[in-house]
Design a protein around this ligand. Structure first.
Ligand code: RIB
Ligand code: CA
Length: 342
């Protein structure tokens, strides 16, 4: 079944479509594109109510991810968004070697001051439990890193699944892409987030909560090309604007030899763009699994579950219909933050 699965619009009593504000938690490993994704959420309080940020291992050690998430919140003083530090290692396996995609500071070496915001002393696991328990309506979780925090939570407190509206995820890759036909950016078969914690990814995809999945074969449809860089420079100016551009360009050479792209890929940003405008995307409901056999060269690979007997719970997004419009939306989201920082 293919359709446009919309979650931000609903009909009011007169039959008119109205936008409603979405309460979200951003769970990420806060390297460059996670950082940019948080900035976009902070820049669109008209649609996004960012309740808090939980961090995990991934691009960088979790302590650095926490610092970067705090830094992002500094750009929206008064937003009162706290950062909760989460898992420092995968759920069931030893930590794997990352790809150092965004360098040691996770922001492509872009020089940014120490954060003013301090992280909460409450661990991510405790805070997630508490906020979901107390929620009067279900919350959307944006997951842009390895999903260790979410697997730990749902495994320990499955009764909280009813408090989760959906989990919007960046991870995996279903179809071979690029001239080499690769299905991964960290191994030939596995995308980074799912590779770093395959057990968590497989568990979350099949836990019964609605998952909206943005795999790498989708994110590769959205690239920071030279014309977009010129456009961004014109619109965002100096200061924070310049830093945003540097961060978004930071990985442009990383995937080049494998995928022959025209610039850096926007991965995590799609998760937030989808919440801002679901009509930009199309997908289909599927049953999916992640290879959890740590002896296999396919460890962390996203695969179709042909034997599934249950109703499909994963909405696999496979098409970005208008990448220019998506890019416009990104630039619009930065605007209020840039005004504040200059
Ligand atoms: O494979 C892309 C993912 O890994 C993104 O979440 C990005 O942050 C990278 O590290
Ligand atoms: Ca990420």
């Amino acid at each position: 079944m293919e359709d446009n699965f919309s979650m931000t619009s609903e009909d009011d009593s007169s039959g008119q479509t109205v936008k409603r504000r979405i309460s979200i938690i951003h769970d990420g490993d806060h390297g460059g594109d996670d950082f940019i994704t948080t900035l976009m959420a902070l820049g669109r309080p008209d649609i996004i109510d960012l309740l808090g940020i939980t961090t995990c291992h991934g691009n960088i050690p979790v302590e650095v991810a926490t610092q970067n998430a705090c830094l992002a919140t500094d750009y929206k003083p008064g937003a009162n968004v706290l950062v909760y530090e989460g898992a420092s290692k995968p759920w069931k396996i030893d930590s794997k070697q990352g790809d150092n995609a965004f360098g040691e500071n996770g922001l492509g070496g872009v020089e940014i001051p120490d954060p003013i915001t301090q992280p909460s002393e409450i661990p991510a696991f405790e805070w997630l439990k508490q906020i979901l328990q107390e929620a009067s309506s279900p919350i959307t979780i944006c997951a842009t890193g390895p999903m260790t925090n979410l697997a730990l939570l749902i495994d320990a407190a499955p009764e909280l699944k009813s408090k989760i509206e959906s989990i919007v995820v960046m991870g995996g890759c279903l179809s071979p892409i690029g001239p080499k036909g690769l299905q991964g950016n960290i191994t030939p078969f596995a995308e980074f987030n799912f590779y770093m914690d395959p057990d968590a990814a497989d568990f979350v995809l099949n836990c019964g909560v609605k998952v909206i999945l943005f795999p790498m074969d989708l994110t590769h449809q959205f690239v920071f090309t030279s014309p977009r860089q010129v456009m961004a420079a014109e619109r965002l100016g100096d200061g924070l604007g310049e830093k945003i551009i540097q961060i978004m360009r930071a990985v442009e050479d990383l995937d080049q030899p494998s995928f022959d792209l025209e610039g850096a890929v926007f991965h995590d940003e799609n998760v937030l763009l989808y919440l801002l405008d679901p009509d930009l995307y199309r997908g289909k409901w599927m049953n999916l699994r992640v290879v959890t056999d740590s002896e296999s060269e396919r460890h962390g690979q996203l695969v179709i579950d042909h034997e599934a007997s249950t109703e499909a719970k994963v909405y696999l997004v496979d098409r970005l219909l208008n990448s220019d419009r998506a890019f416009e939306l990104m630039l619009d989201a930065f605007a209020p933050l840039i005004r504040r920082s200059e």
